[in-house]
Ligand binder design. Sequence first.
Ligand code: UD1
Ligand code: MG
Length: 450
Amino acid sequence: MTIALVILAAGQGTRMNSDLPKVLHPIGGAPMLVHAIRSGATLEPSRIVVVTGHGGEAVGQAALDYAPFVDIAVQEEQLGTAHAVLQARAALDGFEGDVIVLYGDTPFIQPETLEKMQAARATHDVVVLGFEAADPGRYGRLVMDGERLDRIVEFKDATDEERRITLCNSGVVAADAKVLMELLDAVGNDNAAGEFYLTDIIGLAGARGLSAGAVTCDEAETLGVNSRAELAEAERIFQARMRAEALSDGVTLVAPETVFFAYDTVVGRDSVIEPNVVFGPGASVESGTTIRAFSHLEGCHVSRGSVVGPYARLRPGAELAEDVKVGNFVEIKASRVDRGAKINHLTYVGDAEVGEEANIGAGTVTCNYDGVMKHQTRIGARAFIGSSTMLVAPVSVGDDAMTASGSVITSDVEPGALAIGRARQVTKPGLARKLFEMLKKQKLKKSQEA
Ligand code: UD1
Ligand code: MG
């Protein structure tokens, strides 16, 4: 079965009280729209059309950033959900197969649910995704006639009796593209909202002798985000899912409820994630690694056997090979750290390469920024960087070389050399004691004057 997705994302989302279009508010570090695209993408659709309107440019751009293969259709005026789907017509030109309509603000529809809908298409011309609502509120109601879905009535237009129905419309619809477009063309806007309702296609289908049916899913899947409170709830649900997934994938989470994942976090089997670890987007951690407490990882890769943290920060472009150790209060950005290297304390490594088995002493800084441009630092294999070395980039330290503690290294160090870049120590016997006495006298004098 060939599939196309139409994702509606033109609505304003007034209740978010935000300058950011609703569908761009993030869950797990990615706009909620991206979650909708990703869940639909598991069906391997041949086309994905995102319908934008409010904040259209930003929404379209975000969709393309994450999913360059989508088409953008613009709904200039938000005249209703049926009107919105019709805007995808040009992008669907020549497409033959089923269209599935999803909402950009409904990020949690599961792939299995969409598969169930596809299966139901064998029996019905139009399939709607419904759910039993604990509090049906203002949802559209599914009016069933036995196994058949007779019509959907919007809350605003429903009678008291219809409002007592608890089987509600999620908004997700599947139908053959040609049939769907014909039905949409017949939708009018003579209703309480004066909108073109997508939901009207069910009644219209029945009138044409086509059959409609409903598939149901858990209410949690159809959770829509309309307010900041619902966004926070969506984040909670998302994190709970990611934690459960990690645990069942064989990852140890010592305190699961304190670990936060991004939408694309990958953690290999037999890794241990200690409490209060936060993953930003783009982090992958291979099997058998340990991420210790209070670390923050984003846009980075950690290879097998490495230990990161506690209190470490891996920023985008941090690439750790096997058996690397990164300790407390270490920040690594856009740097490759080769096998077995150790960066254990209080260090900044940015725009650098660190060779195999190199040892970076406490308090080392790659001074990568001159205020205008960024520069590279190269540290060779087995090099030993003394504590509190300032590596003023661009600079390189050769294989098996050393720098003395407290050095400011401004020129390249050849392999095997020891570089000392600091003032020579001078020791004056007895001078400290003399100084102390002088200072104490001064203090006494001052307090007597006061
Ligand atoms: C819709 C359904 C309702 C269902 C509910 C589920 C209709 C008429 N009603 O109602 O049966 O229970 O969703 O949440 O379909 N959108 C556009 N362009 C528009 C209008 C809406 O792109 O002109 C998008 C919105 O951005 C949103 C989605 O369509 O993603 C749903 O629109 P919304 O206004 O929230 O519809 P509801 O009134 O909630
Ligand atoms: Mg809604």
